[in-house]
Design a protein around this ligand. Structure first.
Ligand code: HEM
Length: 217
């Protein structure tokens, strides 16, 4: 039997992903420093209050642009297919690792897909509201009511993004082999077959895996 590993991510995709991750942490920490006086000490990481205020929006814009690189690479694999609905209804079995009868899924599971679209929504909301509240360049174009609503929505979108990333990291560590895929790019055939049966069929010549029943909606 063919035991050759399967490439899940190219070097470009991995560099792109980890740059986004680094920028996420920088934007999140600087954002928290600006969010509440109790967290203002975090501004020391960025050279003090004024520097934190100057740098935070630039980090956010760079993170957004790089994140769009991930979106261009991965959006297609995150479109929902009919098997995803059945998979979601059987999530209890998946969590207990009793996956017999659970339909095979594509490159990403429905949980990852939901997370992907949530990340995109948060990023778009953060960008738009962030531009509105960026005093140095754009705020003068908007009225105070729009600025106040934008501040609230910016904080809310940041909060949802941070929660989503906590789930993302936890899930990545929980599914053994995922972090390795994002570090060196490869997964074992057994991993691909167990976690992403339809993707496994698509990218290998092994058509003995479970047939893609109900594949398309
Ligand atoms: C320390 C932080 C992070 C860790 C440990 C991590 C881990 C991972 C892992 C292991 C995968 C591969 C999952 C798979 O192939 O099934 C992945 C994929 C991905 N990650 Fe991260 N990640 C981190 C931060 C981020 C951040 C900050 C973002 C964006 C805001 C992000 C966006 C993505 C996207 C879009 C994918 C592809 C999955 C999909 O399209 O559904 N990650 N990450």
């Amino acid at each position: 039997m063919n035991e050759k590993p399967i490439q899940r991510y190219t070097a470009n995709q991995r560099s792109n992903h980890w740059l986004v991750a680094i920028l996420f942490f920088m934007a999140a920490l600087s954002g928290l420093a600006l969010f509440h006086p109790a967290l203002f000490w975090l501004s020391n990481l960025f050279g003090g209050g004024p520097w934190t205020r100057i740098l935070h929006p630039f980090m956010g814009v760079v993170m957004f642009v790089l994140f769009m690189g991930l979106v261009i690479s991965f959006w297609r694999a995150n479109v929902f297919i009919r098997n995803d609905g059945v998979w979601l209804r059987q999530i209890g079995q998946v969590i207990q690792n009793k996956e017999e009868g659970v339909p095979p899924i594509g490159k990403y599971n429905p949980g990852q897909k939901l997370l992907f679209w949530t990340l995109l929504a948060c990023m778009l909301a953060l960008l738009v509201t962030g531009l509105v509240i960026w005093r140095a360049y754009f705020s003068a174009w908007f009225g105070i009511t729009v600025i106040r609503w934008s501040m609230l929505l910016h904080a809310l979108a940041g909060f949802v993004l941070v929660l989503s990333i906590i789930i993302h990291i936890y899930a990545g560590i929980w599914i053994k082999g995922s972090v390795g895929a994002m570090v060196h790019g490869w997964v074992s055939r057994a991993w691909a077959r167990k976690h992403h049966g339809l993707w496994y069929r698509d990218v290998t010549d092994d058509k003995s895996a479970e047939p893609p029943i109900n594949k398309k909606g």
